[in-house]
Design a protein around this ligand. Structure first.
Ligand code: ZN
Length: 496
């Protein structure tokens, strides 16, 4: 309920946003989407959580030279891609839904996705493309999270080789600042919001906690992780960093994609030590489970996203169990049937038809149940058909103006429809004549009265249905003669 409420508000915001949502629908949570040459991978998600693994790639294509520009660091953060995949699995097991995951498969010798494009791709076009794809996928994930939840949490995953075996959580706060007492640190971060990747959260969290509590209090991410056996800094256990100790405070991605730069998605750079965290599959799995539990607690306690996350599977306006279209040779019509399992905010269905599978014409609108939790069957039919292939599409319209197309069904129309067909009843002074596919055009036709008087001569030149407007005909019986393939056939038509 909560989610559909959010969605409704989002859709009413602006036409531009609606376009974005439509383009997002191409991503199915849990499916992978790749950039050029599979250098970058995006696993689409439906949780308010984004994870990137930035330096974990091991592809070394010969056409991209090793980076030498601007003092590059080229050391791989070993097994961080594998760790990100384990974290995805851990979230699915814990919450039934996927975080958004962005992976770099190119080796850090070829690309650095935690620097700007000039330093990260060193001017190589293929590396620049990969750099752009990586950062576009983060943007896509951010937009999706913002629209679905209004806020979220981003983690940029790395591996460090520092002496002290602890997780370094980078919130853009310089190591020396942790030496300040809480009052002064809060004061500093409140007056320097660009120095905090928790900027939005600190301004708006459930327990009204200040920065220092979110960084190193009882419910800080570092404290939650330390409680599970993964020493972390900052945390309640290790609140500050001593002079001379190594510490990464966060790089390009945290600077640009968290609330430090604006917006409502906070984040942290997680620098993982190797042994026990990312060195073996068993250790990665264990750490991933601890991280997923800790992040779930963090989002529940501070963001209040637990109710929304329980409904993280997108609520569809219509759950369709099937849509069928088939040629009914007895009824000489195409029968169209579909069934819904549930409906939410559903206005009506529309049937569209096409002879080429590309250009569709609306042929029918069917009122929908609207809101329903029980199975509902719908039927429609089309008797204006000629032999050959015909395509049918089901379109569902919401009450707020959106629509969704379900799959297209192809129907092969056979039997009598391969012959010329004349509607036996003429309505509104019109006679309908259906020419089958493959009929040689034009076709000549003449209309005679019951007493044998010629009352009209017409040329039919459209494949499919032709309509003769016969305004001079009074009600009664007429004979339509059609000249085709060297012979003539007669049809009776009763004009009303
Ligand atoms: Zn790194």
């Amino acid at each position: 309920m909560h989610l559909s409420y959010i969605f409704k508000n989002i859709f009413l915001t602006s036409a531009a946003l609606v376009l974005h949502i439509v383009s997002f629908s191409q991503f199915t949570p849990g499916n992978s989407y790749f950039g050029q040459n599979n250098y970058i991978e995006y696993i689409a998600g439906n949780l308010p959580i984004i994870i990137s693994a930035t330096h974990g790639g091991n592809l070394n294509p010969g056409n991209i030279p090793d980076r030498v520009c601007n003092n590059p660091i080229t050391i791989t953060d070993l097994y961080t891609n594998e760790l990100a995949m384990e974290i995805d699995t851990a979230f699915v097991n814990l919450m039934g839904c996927h975080p958004h995951v962005i992976l770099t498969h190119l080796d850090r010798k070829k690309i650095d996705n935690n620097r700007n494009i000039a330093d990260g791709a060193c001017g190589n076009p293929a590396a620049e493309t990969a750099w752009t794809e990586f950062h576009n996928f983060i943007d896509t994930a951010k937009k999706y999270v913002t629209k679905q939840y209004g806020k979220g949490f981003y983690m940029d995953l790395h591996g460090h080789g520092h002496d002290i075996q602890r997780l370094e959580l980078g919130y853009l706060v310089n190591s020396d600042k942790y030496g300040l007492i809480d009052f002064l640190l809060n004061d500093f971060l409140n007056s320097n919001p660009n120095n905090s990747s928790l900027r939005n959260l600190a301004s708006n969290n459930l327990l009204n906690l200040p920065h220092t509590e979110l960084l190193r209090g009882d419910l800080a991410l570092g404290t939650l992780l330390a409680n599970k056996g993964y020493p972390s800094v900052p945390s309640k256990q290790i609140p500050s960093i001593l002079e001379g100790e190594d510490y990464f405070s966060g790089g390009y991605n945290i600077e640009n994609y968290t609330s430090a730069a604006g917006g409502t998605i906070d984040g942290v750079q997680i620098e993982c030590y190797k042994d026990g965290v990312r060195d073996t599959k068993a250790n990665r799995k264990k750490f991933a489970e601890s991280l997923a539990q800790s992040v779930k607690t963090y989002l529940t306690e501070h963001y209040g996203l637990q109710p929304a996350m329980q409904n993280c599977v997108e609520i569809l306006p219509v759950e369709l169990s099937y849509f069928k279209a088939f040629w009914n040779s007895n009824g000489k019509q195409v029968d169209i049937k579909w069934q819904t399992l549930s409906e939410t905010n559903n206005n009506y269905f529309e049937i569209l038809k096409s002879t080429d599978g590309i250009n569709f014409l609306s042929i029918n609108k069917i009122a929908a149940k609207g809101n329903s939790e029980i199975i509902t069957d719908y039927t429609a039919y089309d008797n204006n058909v000629v032999a050959g292939k015909m395509y049918y599409k089901l379109r569902q319209h919401d009450k707020d103006g959106k629509y969704k197309d379900f799959e297209t069904k192809m129907v092969t129309i056979t039997g009598n429809q391969s012959a010329i067909k004349v509607d036996p009843i003429g309505i509104n002074n019109q006679i309908k004549i259906h020419l089958p596919a493959g009929e040689k055009l034009p076709v000549q036709t003449e209309v005679f009265s019951a007493s044998g008087k010629n009352v009209g001569k017409y040329t039919l030149s459209i494949p499919g249905t032709n309509i003769i407007s016969a305004h001079n005909l009074s009600p009664g019986l007429y004979i339509v003669k059609i000249y085709s393939k060297g012979s003539v056939a007669s049809y009776k038509v009763l004009m009303q």
